[in-house]
Design a protein around this ligand. Structure first.
Ligand SMILES: Nc1nc2c(c(=O)[nH]1)N[C@H]1C(S)=C(S)[C@@H](COP(=O)(O)O)O[C@H]1N2
Ligand SMILES: [Mo]
Length: 198
């Protein structure tokens, strides 16, 4: 079976679910800028820190106790692969922000291992983002960001920080790891915002 198709439907039209310049894959490629961190679940901690320094934290057990959702979404990597119908399970970011008071408009996601990525707060709320800890019915594999990763499927997949351990509220926007290295600050796949200046 071919694992890569060009995204054409039977009548030779491009699949309308495929953003410009992307191709479809059935694989689940692994893209990591560094080694996969080993994270002890007894020490795992997720924190939301506001611009005033207020900190809200969850242990692994506390995260699992929060209401979680099943989500099926298409994902789009800036290296041009897209994968349709990926199945995740996780806690909506809305739930984690429910008791957080902030006037900030921007968020820096932080990960074990030091990765960062910036996202406008309005892109993480209203059912658009999750802290996902299961994939396709299994615990999220370490190479794909387990124990837990941010999932922001409407932006290029580099915004979905693997091994996520915190969200920092920022009054001013500031570039994360790839955004500082020439990737687009926002990363909308439908507007093909791959690199700075796109
Ligand atoms: N912590 C961390 N998160 C990360 C990355 C990374 O290098 N480190 N790579 C990003 C990029 S560029 C992509 S395309 C996706 C890849 O996720 P995957 O390896 O599960 O396919 O993770 C994103 N999240
Ligand atoms: Mo990527």
């Amino acid at each position: 079976m071919a694992v890569v198709t060009r995204g054409f439907t039977g009548r030779g039209r491009v699949d309308p679910k495929l953003p410009p310049g992307q191709y479809l894959t059935e694989d689940f490629p692994v893209l990591s800028a560094g080694p996969t961190p080993r994270i002890d679940l007894n020490r795992w901690k997720f924190s939301v820190v506001t611009e005033t320094g207020q900190k809200h934290s969850w242990s692994w057990q506390e995260l699992l106790a929060l209401p979680a959702e099943d989500v099926t979404v298409d994902i789009h990597c800036v290296t041009k692969w897209s994968k349709f119908g990926t199945r995740w399970h996780g806690v909506p970011v809305d739930t984690l922000l429910a008791d957080v008071e902030t006037a900030a408009d921007y968020v820096m996601a932080h990960s074990y291992g030091g990765y960062t990525t910036n996202v406008p707060l309005e892109d993480l709320t209203d059912g658009q983002a999750w802290i996902a800890y299961r994939y396709d019915g299994e615990d999220l594999a370490p190479e794909h960001g387990g124990p837990a990763r941010l999932l922001v499927p409407h932006l290029y997949f580099w915004k979905s920080a693997k091994w996520v351990n915190g969200l920092e509220m920022m009054p001013e926007d500031s570039p994360g790891f790839w955004e500082s290295a020439g990737y687009h600050n926002y990363g909308d796949p439908w507007r093909e915002q791959r690199y700075y200046g796109d």
